[in-house]
Design a protein around this ligand. Sequence first.
Ligand SMILES: *[C@@H]1O[C@H](CO)[C@@H](O)[C@H](O)[C@H]1NC(C)=O
Ligand SMILES: *[C@@H]1O[C@H](CO)[C@@H](O)[C@H](O)[C@H]1NC(C)=O
Ligand SMILES: *[C@@H]1O[C@H](CO)[C@@H](O)[C@H](O)[C@H]1NC(C)=O
Ligand SMILES: *[C@@H]1O[C@H](CO)[C@@H](O)[C@H](O)[C@H]1NC(C)=O
Ligand SMILES: *[C@@H]1O[C@H](CO)[C@@H](O)[C@H](O)[C@H]1NC(C)=O
Length: 387
Amino acid sequence: MLAGNTHPWLLALTAVIPTVYASRRGLTSECSPVSFDIVATAENAILSPSYDPSNETSIINFINAMARGEVNPVVGFQNISGSFVINGIYCKPTKKVKKKRNALQILVHGITYNSSMWGGYHFGDRYNWHAYANGEGYHTLAIDRLGHGLNSKALDPHNVIQPMLQVEIYKELIQSIRSNTAANSLRKRFSNIIWVGHSYGSQIALPLARLCPNLTSALILTGWSSTTNLSEVQKFNLASASTLYPSRFPGLDKGYLAMADEALRAKMFYYGAYDPAIPAFDFANQDIVTIGEFAANAGPFGIPPAAYNKPVMVITGVEDGVFCAQPGAAARECEELLEKTRTDMFPGVPGRKYEYFAPRNTGHDLTLHYSARETFRRAHGFLDKYF
Ligand SMILES: *[C@@H]1O[C@H](CO)[C@@H](O)[C@H](O)[C@H]1NC(C)=O
Ligand SMILES: *[C@@H]1O[C@H](CO)[C@@H](O)[C@H](O)[C@H]1NC(C)=O
Ligand SMILES: *[C@@H]1O[C@H](CO)[C@@H](O)[C@H](O)[C@H]1NC(C)=O
Ligand SMILES: *[C@@H]1O[C@H](CO)[C@@H](O)[C@H](O)[C@H]1NC(C)=O
Ligand SMILES: *[C@@H]1O[C@H](CO)[C@@H](O)[C@H](O)[C@H]1NC(C)=O
């Protein structure tokens, strides 16, 4: 139940992943699919028995009640162990970069997305984090988080696909790359590992930084802050992925969820200046989120990584309604929340090593807005001071 991957399915899908991206210097990045076999154990949450895991309505009611603060979703903890396959896309730096950085950026997506969001889909290099980073001399590895993308959807979305197990899996993955053990499918040791998160992929960096303050060399956290507007979460308007997309997700456990309303999704994730074709593509091709990812955020997940002292940059769109200001608000409102994020979450990071940037006219999915290249430029300007 815990392990494994359906390999014919995996192979069929990896065949369609684009393997070259043109970089901003007009050179091409060399990219290839990779997969890691990881053994991990974590203390996951035991979810409240107040919902029926086989009943879609009961699941959705439970999540909405949780977002309103009406139920305590976690009733205890239990150890979950297994062997897990984590797929990703690895891209090498393009040639002719002066600085030898020996740095790998690990790109970690949010909920209802997968590793392909970092490549900007087919909308061009202005949205392609890999191409920009590879052009600046960084290696990039965009991973599919547990249960997302090419990873197995046979895992239990209630008890197994939860944040703390993910933290343990990514910890093992990074350790295998740092010490170049047999599990390192990149077959290359990196001394500098930079975690680049979006949304939930940023959130998950906190317990990792708390448990292993020396594992990463820097954090770039996008689409995130220490202030979450939970009233926005109800606008997710969730449904079981197998109900919404019966042909893409046939027979999936009902605890795998997706967003049911195209207009609400666009409103939550996009604002201001963006190509309207992107939210339409994004809705039709969205990935999943599990009930375990929503419900198990309490407890150890949110404790600040007080001992973390490496460089941290937070980049969040001014009009990101969940993590920054509301549409029409002054940029300063968002910037104040990003300043407060250092005090709340990173008391151990010296002031000069903490920076933030709030792109204007930009919602939650900042790398899929017209401001994307400014975000890439700011992030790499920050990293250039350290690597
Ligand atoms: C599913 O859950 C809803 C809400 O709790 C309930 O009204 C409904 O009767 C349940 N359906 C089944 C088949 O149990
Ligand atoms: C999980 O396993 C560890 C190590 O065996 C043990 O110390 C801990 O108490 C276990 N946690 C739970 C919730 O059972
Ligand atoms: C990953 O996300 C893209 C874009 O949303 C989607 O087209 C693709 O089907 C997803 N991959 C898998 C394996 O579900
Ligand atoms: C992290 O590295 C520093 C410097 O090498 C060391 O002093 C510290 O003990 C390490 N922290 C942990 C938690 O391993
Ligand atoms: C949270 O979002 C709602 C809209 O969903 C908004 O009315 C409210 O002002 C926001 N709260 C804060 C503190 O920004």
